[in-house]
Design a protein around this ligand. Structure first.
Ligand code: NDP
Ligand code: GDP
Length: 322
């Protein structure tokens, strides 16, 4: 039975990846950083089947002990400070976790268990103010946020440990991926939850920032499959993982509110508080390499994704109101 270690297992992707790997017969371990209010909601149904270990990407010794104890076949580094606005208010913390944290984990592997296969969750935000549309593996990075800068360090370090130390280490350049388990501060969930609240009479408006930026949104369940496939190839390589289809935030509003029989223009208020100091205007993947070499493509369409999220938020709210 192969063993997988997932950092960030309590996050959106961690929960989908844990489900996928358990289904494939893996022994799954994940790290959980200690907090006063533990949030196990996303992996509640899996708690009996996975090992949760207290560790933190800030703590080198803990990571080394973990690698020594588990000697995992595959390591998925999904842990991150993943919210872009927080990377402006906490740039040092963002760098500590998203950049230096990758170095800590790679060092632990290099020193103790270099045979492990390593996946790094990189981000389309690294393309920032894009130099090419659509973006592919060879598109130069041009970051617009402290988050993107930190992720570029993690990306290049992963490439470097492959080239310099011979580790099987790969970077997945992930475009935005969402689900009913997405954090409520990200724009998709903010809109689907906000629209559902308005539909149920629990709110009368939804305050958002820039409605014109375009993102390539896919379903997280599809993207964790790509992560796994990336670690099964004979030769370690980096891949762009996205759907190849982009929409504006405005179109997302239209779709989410429209599905509930509402006109978003009556409820959405643009609020300068949610504008960013610098924006990535258009992120759109060219996923050709992933299709050719991994046989992977996003299955859930934009409309299906929005519908899935709106339905889940309606159900969740209806339960709370009971
Ligand atoms: P989430 O924010 O949902 O999950 C991140 C997880 O990392 C959380 O469980 C969090 O723990 C954990 N974490 C944060 N800091 C630390 C730390 N110091 N030590 C250990 N764990 C920590 O992100 P997603 O699941 O959406 O994303 C997974 C990865 O993919 C991230 O690296 C993200 O940056 C990257 N990515 C995601 C994209 C997306 O659209 N979702 C797009 C591109 C890249 P806690 O639960 O305690 O807060
Ligand atoms: P990101 O692409 O990783 O930053 O994912 P987000 O979901 O946080 O943001 C996606 C896009 O939505 C960005 O271009 C934001 O500027 C835009 N956006 C517009 N209004 C909002 C808002 O109220 N909250 C968030 N999070 N993003 C918003």
């Amino acid at each position: 039975m192969p063993t997988a270690l997932i950092t960030g297992i309590l996050g959106q992707d961690g929960s989908y990846l844990a489900e996928l790997l358990l289904g494939k017969g893996y022994r799954v371990a994940g790290i959980d950083r200690w907090t006063t209010t533990a949030a196990f909601e996303r992996i509640q149904p899996l708690l009996d089947e996975i090992d949760l270990i207290q560790a933190d990407l800030h703590d080198q010794e803990g990571l080394m002990e973990l690698i020594e104890n588990y000697r995992p076949d595959e390591v998925y580094n999904l842990a991150a400070q993943s919210f872009i606005p927080a990377s402006w208010s906490q740039p040092v913390l963002t760098a500590e976790v998203n950049a230096v944290g990758v170095a800590r984990l790679l060092e632990a592997l290099r020193l103790i268990h270099p045979k492990a296969r390593f996946f790094q969750a990189s981000s389309s935000e690294m393309f920032g103010q894009v130099l090419e549309i659509p973006q592919r593996e060879t598109t130069p990075f041009n970051p617009r946020t402290p988050y993107a800068v930190s992720k570029i360090f993690g990306h290049w370090l992963t490439v470097n440990y492959r080239q310099a130390h011979g580790l099987y280490a790969v970077s997945g350049i992930l475009f935005n991926h969402e689900s009913p388990r997405r954090g409520p501060e990200f724009v998709t969930r903010k809109i689907t939850y906000g629209a559902a609240r308005i539909k149920l009479g629990l709110a009368s408006e939804l305050r958002l920032g820039n409605l014109d930026s375009r993102r390539d949104w896919g379903f997280a369940g599809d993207y964790v499959e790509a992560m796994w496939r990336m670690l099964q190839t004979d030769t370690p390589e980096d891949f762009v993982i996205g759907s190849g289809d982009a929409h504006t935030v405005r179109e997302l509003c239209e779709q989410a509110f429209g599905g509930l029989g509402l006109d978003y223009r009556e409820f959405v208020v643009q609020d300068p508080r949610f504008y960013r100091p610098a924006e990535a205007d258009i992120l759109l993947a060219d996923p050709a390499k992933a299709r050719q070499k991994l046989g992977w493509q996003a299955r859930v369409t934009f409309n299906e994704l929005v519908q899935m999220m709106v339905d889940a938020d309606l159900q969740r709210l209806a339960k709370e109101m009971d």
